[in-house]
Design a protein around this ligand. Structure first.
Ligand code: GLC
Length: 633
């Protein structure tokens, strides 16, 4: 089902969707295509008469422009033309612009009114990074030490405003960096730990604004032949640009990057998944579920889900993606079905299943999501899990088995089991991990930290797997943590592998950056996984180690070398998700109960679903017992 199907035909499109569609169409082509410049901007913008004039902020919803082909569907065209007639100027004072659009057209949408402080009032309220005005939900009384105070000050300093409202945090803010590249943008994935730090402190406004503004940027129509993103894609990042108008007037616009400007032109598959995960977290932590119930937000969730669930040429329930489609956004040999994307996909589907309002029109998508969840966890548990015994089994595999009853279904050649793996895998059956990727004749045995941590957090792995992954991290502490938590992947690609797989990338040399570098931002996800598995002491050990160095080292993006001893060669300093990840870890450890709203337990209902496996006797055997049996392994 595509977005057009779930919207119904054009005459049925409710007016509250029309305005939204209007601002979402092809925003990314705005600045780059000069042919379009004579037309008004296609993205949300606000005109300011004077900078900082609080009450004079104006958002103009503007006319859309023609695309570079005429391939837009008639439904989209209709949406656009109706949007035109509805377009109107509205003030963005009080940041209710987005609310106004949807609440004006009603349909049981309960607007969330978040109290805003005027610019300078807010400044007065924030003393040493400690906002006294908010209810800190049980965090009162926790004495912040110097380190945390500095972290809070830096995090607040990284906040980006749009029409005087906070909408996100920049990726890095090093005052000495004169070439910030795109690190001065708000990245969707990078904002997640910032969002959690703010939410856990009782400050939800920035998160709500972020969720609604990025929703406006979501890609709405697909024009592959114009290199524009697929319908439903969320941008990797966005920047607030100030454009001069006549005289002393200017307007602010949100300029998204869907990967068209990114190094390597990589599509951010993970952005939409993170957006959904954050939306759920917002509801769970604030208790405000009205945001996720809004029609525009529901449509956004469904568009992301539809993009991920669309039929392609694939035979597996895993999501087929290109290299660099996630946190690792450069060529690192992770194209295909990388674990990180699968774990985030699973988490996003579980979140969507909880959040999509059940009604006649959503029944099908909810069913599709449930089926995919069952199939996905079955597939990953069956085929991605390795421990010593499984590796021994692969080591003795027969190959070239053409039949339904092949044991070695993916035709993995035992030679792939390289010596490092045979040496590295722990002896104990209670340790193991999910491999990085699975393709025909290829298992990527590297340990990818984010994917393994999110498998624990989302219960993509069985309870036994989840404990075993933490056992492995504990046993391999020197390799995976070393001097700075945590390695992005292990081991690094070296020599000819580095040449061929990374394309001789000088940033991804062995044990640097994405190629075995150590990323402190992974700390918060490690903390969450440890708390879930009742092993907080492991997380405490990692946080204690990190806090000895982060401040002195000026909060680096990543560390280099086999044991993470050196600040990364090209590492940015004052990297926001390093700072926010640290703060989130601290908050979670101080209040472990709140962590339960951010992870998922095993869903027994999903294990009741029918799972189909290839068997000796026939093409497929579908059984309810298949999925259920895995909980015991
Ligand atoms: C790098 C990282 C990516 C991150 C971005 C901004 O490109 O690989 O994961 O989102 O920097 O910090």
């Amino acid at each position: 089902m595509n977005a057009i199907t779930f919207l119904g035909n054009s005459t049925m499109i409710p007016s509250h969707c029309i305005l939204r569609a209007f601002s979402r169409i092809s925003p990314s082509k705005y600045i780059r295509d000069t042919a379009f410049r004579s037309y008004p901007s296609r993205f949300s913008s606000c005109n300011n008469q004077y900078r900082n004039a609080d009450s004079d902020r104006i958002i103009k919803l503007r006319n859309v422009v023609p695309f570079c082909t005429d391939r837009q569907s008639s439904v989209t065209a209709q949406v656009v033309s109706e949007a035109r007639s509805l377009s109107a100027s509205t003030t963005c004072a009080n940041d209710t612009t987005l609310d106004q659009i949807y609440t004006k057209n009603g349909l049981n949408v309960k607007p969330l009114v978040v109290e805003r402080l005027k610019g300078h009032e807010k400044d007065e309220e924030v003393v040493n990074g400690d906002d006294k005005s908010v209810n800190r939900d049980g965090f009162e009384g926790v004495k912040s030490n110097d380190l945390e105070e500095e972290a809070w000050r830096l995090l607040r300093d990284s906040v980006v405003t749009y029409c005087d409202s906070p909408v996100g945090t920049v990726a890095a803010k090093d005052p000495t960096d004169t070439m910030p590249s795109n690190y001065d943008q708000v990245f969707i994935r990078d904002f997640v730990p910032s969002a959690l730090a703010f939410l856990l402190k009782g400050e939800s406004e920035i998160v709500r604004n972020f969720l609604l503004h990025t929703l406006q940027l979501q890609s709405w129509e697909k024009t592959v032949d114009c290199y524009s993103p697929g319908q439903g894609l969320m941008p990797a990042s966005f920047k607030v640009r100030t454009l001069p108008l006549e005289e002393d007037k200017f307007e602010e616009v949100l300029d998204p990057d869907f990967g068209e400007a990114a190094i390597g032109r990589v599509a951010p598959v993970d952005s939409g998944l993170w957006w959904i995960i954050l939306l759920r977290a917002y509801g769970k932590i604030t208790g405000d579920y009205s945001l996720q119930e809004r029609i525009d937000v529901q449509t956004g969730i469904k568009m992301i889900a539809n993009l991920c669930l669309a039929d392609g040429f694939d035979m597996f329930p895993t999501l087929l993606v290109t290299d660099g489609s996630c946190m690792i956004d450069r060529r690192m040999g992770i194209h295909g079905h990388p674990l990180e994307i699968q774990a985030l996909f699973y988490s996003a589907l579980r979140s969507s299943r909880e959040m999509i309002t059940v009604n006649d029109s959503s029944k099908n998508i909810i069913k599709t999501i449930s089926n995919r969840l069952s199939a996905l966890s079955f597939h990953i548990r069956e085929n991605y899990w390795v421990d010593k015994n499984k590796i021994n089994e692969i080591y003795r595999y027969k190959t070239e088995e053409y039949s339904m009853d092949a044991t070695n279904k993916f035709n993995i050649y035992p030679e792939q089991v390289s010596p490092w793996l045979m040496d590295w895998v722990p002896e104990s059956p209670d340790s193991g991990f999910l491999i990085g990727n699975l393709q025909p004749a290829h298992m990527d045995f590297r340990f990818f930290t984010l994917g393994n941590l999110w498998s624990i957090i989302s219960s993509l792995g069985t309870p036994k797997h989840n404990q075993a992954i933490l056992n492995l991290i504990e046993e391999k502490w020197d390799d995976l943590v070393g001097h700075m938590p945590l390695k992005i992947c292990y081991p690094a690609l070296e020599s000819s592998e580095w040449h061929i797989i990374t394309g001789s990338d000088p940033k991804n040399t062995p044990w640097s950056y994405h190629n075995g570098g150590s990323w402190p931002t992974l700390l918060w996800q490690f903390t969450l996984a440890c708390i879930k598995m009742d092993r907080p002491e492991l997380a405490e050990k990692a946080v204690t180690m990190a806090e000895k160095r982060l401040q002195a080292d000026r909060w680096p993006e990543y560390y280099d070398t086999r044991d993470g001893k050196f600040i990364g060669k090209q590492s940015r300093l004052y990297q926001t998700w390093t700072i926010a990840g640290f703060l989130t870890s601290k908050q979670l450890l101080q209040n472990p109960e709140i962590a339960s709203s951010l992870f998922w337990e095993e869903d027994l209902e999903l294990l009741e679903s029918c799972v189909c496996v290839l068997t000796k006797s026939g093409r497929k055997k579908c059984s309810r017992a298949a999925a259920k049996s895995q909980i015991l392994i």
